[in-house]
Design a protein around this ligand. Structure first.
Ligand code: C5P
Length: 213
């Protein structure tokens, strides 16, 4: 079974995807990490992620970079968002993601275009959302725990800018697949969100559509 989990940053999609992979015994790929690696690598090579050729050069990152904690920073997220709007960058990462999705037992992938572009035939597609206020508060708490100096207003502005960039780009914009099930996590705990996600996937795996909100 292929499970596609898409949604904006800090919606909870990564946590949900990881939990779904553990629950259903499937391998998991956080595709955002690939774009983060491209953005960071492009800068390390002296390039600008807004420039298509220089962003593309970042696709030659070493896989060891994927384990680098720095990729999880807001800064790397911003670089990823800038690099990811170039069609050549998306094309360069396409096969890797499709191969992961095509493993015999199936897989869970989370990102922005899994249900629409990478695995349009996925058996279960979730689109995970949450209000900007809820997402900013979560990200703020995470960053404060890590000892980073930020304000809630800065984070909310950054999230809104990233949403706008991801949703308005010409290639593979952030949008739910027509057959995706929506999961709004604004008022849910992590446990509740994961439970609901499992129910939604099961409803799809059983061939039902009654779970559509
Ligand atoms: O999900 P995450 O916040 O790690 O993604 C970082 C950035 O990478 C996103 O803002 C988006 O621009 C880009 N991305 C993408 N397609 C994906 C995953 C991430 O364009 N499948």
């Amino acid at each position: 079974m292929i499970i596609a989990v898409d949604g904006p940053t800090a919606s909870g999609k990564g946590t949900i995807a990881k939990a779904l992979a553990a629950h259903f015994g499937l391998p998991h790929l956080d595709t955002g990490l690939l774009y983060r690696a491209v953005g960071v690598m492009a800068v390390r090579l002296g390039g600008d992620p807004d420039n298509a050729d220089e962003a593309l050069a970042g696709c030659a990152f070493d896989d060891a970079l994927l384990a680098d904690e720095h990729l999880r920073s807001e800064m790397a997220g911003g670089l990823a968002s800038r690099a990811s709007r170039h069609p050549a960058v998306r094309a360069a990462l396409l096969e890797r993601q499709r191969a992961f999705a095509g493993q015999p037992a199936g897989a869970v992938l989370d990102g922005r275009d899994i249900g629409t572009v990478i695995a349009p035939g996925a058996e279960a597609k979730l689109f995970v959302t949450a209000s900007v206020a809820a997402r900013a508060a979560r990200r703020f708490n995470e960053m404060v725990r890590r000892g980073e100096q930020v304000t809630l207003a800065e984070i909310a502005a950054d999230l809104a800018a990233r949403d706008a960039r991801d949703s308005s780009r010409a290639v593979a914009p952030l949008k739910p697949a027509s057959d995706a099930l929506l999961l709004d996590t604004s008022d849910l705990t992590i446990g509740q969100a994961v439970q609901r996600a499992i129910e939604l996937v099961n409803s799809r795996a059983e061939g039902g559509s009654s779970a559509r909100p």
